[in-house]
Design a protein around this ligand. Structure first.
Ligand code: ADP
Ligand code: MG
Ligand code: MG
Length: 879
């Protein structure tokens, strides 16, 4: 015996009961409670679903009797009877997960029809065509969802009969054609399942409920949950609802609408509507639907009512809604509402607009945008200053530009993409079974379907460019080609799509960086108003520094100096330094590098005028600047051949070989690098400090305010810092002219070794700031070398849930996080208020940022392009 209430009538629920009733059920109940026209029904709870799983997939007697009890309530409300020959009640059986997974799970419509009730329905409505149309739809849907018959078998039959009767649209099928279709559907059922199509409505109902429960675990739903990080053990609710019919004829229809444009966020009801159609027709892209404005012409009353409902629902939920509705004989019914999925662009615009309309607060506006969505806004777009070979135009379903090879099949898209190829997936329409192809493709184009079609919704959710309803184009699957008017494009040819305009373009296109639009800047300014961790950028070049400022970074958290030694002019000079045997020779070589470094620092500090710039002194092992042993040896052999054993050239190459060998390390990550280099080769750090000081001096003279923070890497013992700090201070003293100038400098260290973290109190005595180098700290704390781990065992570890996440992307709170917390505590004891930051990949990761905020760090630092994401994450962490 179960104690829980397993079923709730729509009249008993409300929107706060999502966990129990699923999103769809809770919102249907809510809409009913605020007086909107919702066909009556009831919800089987997610708890009942989980009980079903725990009973090995059986519906208990208890649940069965509850179901039929609730059903009788609907019979009362509708004045119809389930299974009745004269006045049959038909229902839909609809999945309804807690977090919406559009189209991923199963739904059956028109349930309760059989050879007898179909006659009753026909008489009662005086519309035989409609009754037969509903029956053929039911057999097909039930056959597909419940009996697991390949749906293309039905579709093939439908196509054949359409051809035979010489019609192109489903709506043109005559009574005769429909009868024939039903017969052939029944034959398919018999052939495929070995039994007649189930005629008993109660059996139909229980089987359908069972299928909906089971559909939680179908492949595509699992894939969807993996992509969107939804837990696999939530289960689904099931909604059983009286049918209303959009397929009753020309006075009926069905539609989907967003209260605002989900692609660009414009404040306008954005909807699509199909006359004489049912449920899935719009989303499945059977015909390209009409815009909602059409509704105004055809059904002015229902249109007006719908516009009112749309405004009401948006106000009620204080968010943009995605609404499903049906018009039956000119009367409007609501079938679903939920917070609409939207593109990043739309999310930002809607949040800012709704604040301006006084619908939501600033804080609430800040929660309306997923920080990671912001990254989509920075995706390159098509440069309009070029000549584009536009083939045709469809609907701009999801913005962004994409270029790739044309493919027509989702498996093939996946295959090619796994080989590193870029593909554009082109389909007549997509179904939930195409989810892996959509994931793999750069962009998606469909020839049918509208802005609310499956492809459009899924692509927007993923931030992928998508064009739908491209109806001048025809997909020829047999010949694997796309026909656009009289042009033929073959599989494998390169095309581009522009999801912002709907253009399909031949060949590849030039892209531009879009930058942040006005609304986004506004939202991020609100984010900056929230007291939280600051956001700096990792930038090694003047260009990156400028980008960082443009994206709102308030400083550089990590400027790596090793990149400044690369390039055809600089590399030979550092090599010369490394190969030198005496200090004097090394100093001479370094002297040649000085002007380069000075110029770089000058420009970076200038771009960061007034903002702190953390410059890390040389960190990587020296061998990274030299060719590898193998290639040095090969060159040596060549030189011997050319000049002979005893030549000067060969002698030099031998020296190089010896040096390269002597620098070889079996574990360079833990080898001769970081401050260890600075201690053994002080002249390197001295040169770098000199370059910084000279650059700063020039800037001061020019009226700028450089704020260099010199950071010493890989310190493990306080002594290391003591030695190097003294040395650098000496240099700075020599190059500054006043105490005021000296105050511009700060010297600190990175905490990236466990020993440094646990002795942070000692190290803090000599440091003016700490920056957690979480990449190396993760490597050293976990004992994983990142380069090896990612390719070898990390994926397996994550799949098998040995570790919850990739620790190089999201900070390992229990381990690495504990080291950080310890260090923060200890450092603050020695030096209260010491400046603490993070540089490393984790600085741009939302979840990690939340943690860094909680432990009290002052700033995070990430790549310039992640700065906007981090600014929003930082604000959300503090809300
Ligand atoms: P999904 O979660 O995939 O959107 P739904 O349960 O919402 O599936 O149903 C699919 C389609 O069927 C929707 O367009 C919906 O409006 C329609 N539909 C569901 N129940 C009914 C009903 N009782 N009467 C008419 N249409 C319905
Ligand atoms: Mg569905
Ligand atoms: Mg729906």
């Amino acid at each position: 015996m179960s104690k829980n209430k397993l079923i709730y009538l729509f009249s008993e629920g409300n929107k706060s009961m999502k966990t129990l009733l699923g999103g769809k059920g809770a919102n249907l109940a809510e809409m009913m409670s605020i007086g909107l026209p919702v066909p009556p029904g009831f919800t089987v709870t997610t708890e009942a679903c989980n009980e079903y799983y725990s009973k090995g997939g059986t519906i208990t007697q208890d649940l069965k009797s509850e179901i039929f009890k609730a059903l009788s309530k609907i019979e009362e409300d509708t004045d119809k009877k389930f299974g009745d020959k004269l006045n049959p009640l038909l229902v839909s059986v609809r999945s309804g997960a807690v977090i919406s997974m559009p189209g991923m799970m199963d739904t059956v419509l028109n349930l309760g029809l059989n050879d007898e009730t179909v006659k009753g329905l026909s008489k009662k409505t005086d519309n035989e065509r409609f009754a037969l149309d509903s029956y053929r739809r039911f057999i097909q849907m039930f056959g597909d969802v419940v009996l697991k018959i390949e749906h293309h078998l039905f579709e093939k039959q439908l196509d054949q009969i359409k051809k035979r009767y010489n019609v192109t649209e489903d709506t043109e099928l005559t009574i005769e054609a429909l009868k024939e279709l039903i017969d052939s559907y029944k034959q398919i059922t018999k052939a495929e399942t070995g039994r007649e199509f189930p005629q008993e409505p109660k059996e139909q109902l229980l089987l359908a409920i069972q299928s909906v429960f089971d559909s939680w675990n179908n492949q595509r739903a699992k894939v969807y949950r993996d992509i969107h990080d939804i837990a696999h053990d939530l289960g689904t609710a099931v909604n059983i609802q009286a049918m209303v019919f959009g397929n009753m004829g020309e006075d009926s229809g069905t539609g989907v609408a967003f209260t605002r444009n989900p692609s660009n966020g414009e404040k306008e009801v954005y909807g699509e509507f199909l006359l004489n159609a049912q449920g899935e027709d719009v989303v499945a892209g059977i015909r390209t639907p009409k815009s909602i404005d059409q509704l105004e012409k055809d059904f002015p009353k229902a249109y007006k009512q719908f516009m009112e409902v749309s405004a009401l629902l948006e106000k009620h939920y204080q968010d943009m809604q995605d609404i499903e509705f049906t018009v039956e004989n000119k009367k409007l019914y609501l079938l679903q509402t939920r917070n609409g999925k939207r593109t990043a662009e739309a999310a930002v615009k809607i949040a800012v607009d709704m604040y301006n309309e006084k619908l939501i607060t600033k804080k609430s506006a800040l929660t309306r945008v997923e920080p990671n969505q912001i990254a989509h806004l920075l995706h390159p777009q098509i440069d309009l200053e070029q000549e584009l070979k536009v083939l045709t135009k469809g609907l701009p379903a999801s913005p962004g530009a994409a270029t790739g090879e044309l493919v027509f099949d989702s498996n093939e898209a996946e295959e090619l993409s796994s080989q590193g190829k870029k593909v554009i997936l082109v389909r007549p329409e997509t179904t939930p079974d195409d989810i892996h192809g959509i994931v793999a493709a750069e962009g998606i184009l469909t020839t049918r379907g509208g802005m609310t079609s499956h492809a459009a919704v899924v692509a927007r959710g993923m931030g992928k460019p998508c064009v739908t309803g491209c109806d001048e184009a025809r997909v020829d699957l047999d010949n694997q080609e796309l026909k656009v008017n009289d042009k033929i494009i073959q599989k494998g040819e390169i095309v581009s799509i522009d999801g912002s305009t709907g253009n399909l373009i031949m060949g590849s296109v030039k892209l531009t960086d879009p930058g942040l639009n006005e609304e986004c800047q506004k939202l991020l300014k609100w984010a900056d108003e929230i007291e939280s961790v600051g956001v700096r950028a990792n930038a090694d070049t003047p260009e990156d520094a400028k980008k960082a400022r443009e994206f709102g970074a308030t400083g550089i958290g990590l400027c790596r100096t090793e990149h400044m030694f690369m390039g055809t002019e600089r590399l030979p000079k550092i090599q010369e330094m490394i190969i030198s045997d005496s200090e004097i020779e090394r100093e001479e070589a370094l002297e040649k590098l000085l002007p380069y470094q000075e110029q770089d620092f000058y420009e970076i500090l200038k771009a960061m005028d007034g903002y702190p710039t953390t410059i890390r002194l040389l960190d990587p092992p020296l061998h990274e600047f030299l060719p590898n042993v193998h290639s040095v040896k090969k060159d040596l052999d060549k030189l011997i051949n050319q000049y002979g054993e005893n030549s000067h050239q060969v002698e030099q190459q031998r020296q190089l070989l010896n040096k390269v060998r002597s620098l070889e390390e079996s574990n360079p990550m833990l080898g001769f690098r970081g401050c260890r280099l600075g201690i053994l080769y002080p002249e390197i750090y001295i040169m770098q400090a000199k370059a910084i000081a000279r650059a700063a001096k020039t800037l001061v003279d020019e009226g700028y305010t450089p704020k260099p923070e010199i950071m010493i890497p890989l310190v493990g013992h306080d002594k290391e810092l003591v030695i190097l700090k003294e040395m650098i201070e000496d240099v700075i003293e020599k190059h500054t002219r006043s105490e005021h100038e000296q105050k511009l400098y700060h010297i600190g260290t990175m905490l990236e070794l466990p020993r440094a973290c646990v002795t942070a109190d000692e190290i803090a005595e000599h440091a003016e700031f700490f920056s957690f180098g979480t990449n190396d700290l993760t490597q050293t704390a976990l004992g994983y070398s990142r380069d090896d781990a990612e390719g070898k065992f990390l994926a397996h570890y994550m799949q098998n849930e040995i570790i919850p996440e990739n620790p190089f992307m999201t900070i390992d709170q229990k381990g690495v996080g504990e080291l950080i917390t310890t260090a923060v505590d200890k450092a603050s004891r020695t030096k209260p208020g010491i400046k603490l930051g993070v540089c490393g990949e984790h600085g741009g990761d939302s979840q990690s940022i939340e943690f860094f905020y909680k432990v009290g760090l002052n700033y995070v630092s990430c790549s310039p392009f992640r700065v906007p994401v981090a600014r929003l994450s930082a604000a959300q962490a503090a809300l």
